[in-house]
Design a protein around this ligand. Structure first.
Ligand code: SF4
Ligand code: MG
Length: 314
């Protein structure tokens, strides 16, 4: 499993002001093998930063991440080639991440070739097989990215990740750029791949309704901190944190109980200058003086459930 232990912090230099920001502050999580963990929050909450650290793309400035007991990072360098290949990332914009001058055959075949996963003579068949697995016509492997639709391009991106035989996929807004009609198809593909290939997922989205149907567990983040961790069922039945409740009020569904929650108000504050105490206090309908003064700890509120809110102290 993936163990994201201890204090993980990421400092991002701002080009506007010469300051450091904790994009991910003291996040500690464990993801079990075969699990789909959803991670939800507004832009700037640090979820993409966290995903990149897990995928070995961005080093944490403090703390550690382990994959199968092996550190992913040491002294700012990704540690092992095996881990780097085992954890792959799927990005939001499939087109931006595909080289327009490369044929799909070479886009998908590049990493397996570089890492000696498949021999040159078997590559054509191998790429055809990977393309079929993601629902792409294998006959199209000599075409270029612009000859495919948005949904097909995302499938190319997924095929490229699968080609190195990963065990863990980090999907960052992986369906956000797709037409709504295509989104469900790509989600279904992720779920089929989970079954067929025993994959584990970190599924990052700004949209709670996107992760609802695929996640076993959900982590809610706000300005670099985890505010709630829960099984998906419990989170939707009984959201604990006021921010989770606000997010849930925006999920379109015919369920009067959930409409009782107040949507989140106001702009998200800058991560450069987060509010004191509970970062959520300027937007929280339940905030008290204590909330502005004291940071609420992430506490266990039930079996497998965690929340960071002073209201739980009674
Ligand atoms: Fe709201 Fe206070 Fe709870 Fe923060 S700690 S979510 S401000 S009630
Ligand atoms: Mg993002």
């Amino acid at each position: 499993h993936l163990d994201l232990a201890g204090k993980i912090a990421q400092r991002l230099g701002s080009s506007i002001r010469e300051e450091t920001v904790h994009a991910v502050d003291g996040v500690s999580l464990t993801i079990a093998e075969g699990e789909v963990l959803g991670m939800v929050g507004e832009s700037g909450c640090g979820k993409s930063t966290f995903g990149r650290m897990v995928a070995g793309i961005l080093p944490p400035s403090e703390g550690n991440l382990y994959f199968d007991g092996q550190p992913i990072w040491r002294d700012g360098k990704a540690v092992s080639r095996e881990t780097a290949l085992a954890v792959q990332m799927i990005f939001q914009d499939p087109f931006a991440s595909l080289d327009p001058r490369m044929r799909v055959l070479d886009i998908i075949g590049e990493a397996p070739k570089v890492h000696g996963i498949v021999s040159a003579k078997d590559m054509d068949d191998y790429v055809a097989e990977v393309m079929q697995r993601v629902g792409l016509e294998a006959d199209f492997r000599r075409r270029y990215p612009h000859q495919f639709s948005g949904g097909q391009r995302q499938r190319i991106g997924i095929a490229r990740a699968l080609a190195v035989k990963p065990r863990f996929l980090v999907c960052d807004e992986a369906i956000a750029a797709l037409d709504v009609s295509i989104q469900a198809q790509v989600i279904n593909l992720f779920m089929d791949l989970r079954q067929d290939l025993d994959l584990t997922y970190l599924f990052i989205s700004h949209d709670l309704s996107v992760v609802e149907h695929i996640s076993d567990r959900i982590v809610i983040m706000y300005l670099g901190r985890i505010v709630e961790v829960s099984s998906t069922d419990d989170l939707f039945d009984q959201p604990n944190h006021p921010y989770t409740q606000a997010l849930l009020s925006e999920v379109p569904r015919i369920d009067l109980r959930k409409r009782a929650y107040t949507p989140v108000k106001g702009e998200i504050p800058s991560p450069l200058d987060p509010p004191t105490g509970c970062h959520f206090h300027p937007r929280c309908p339940f905030a008290t003086a204590r909330c502005a003064a004291e940071r609420p700890a992430l506490k266990e509120i039930g079996p497998g459930r965690w929340s960071a809110c002073h209201l739980n102290d009674g």
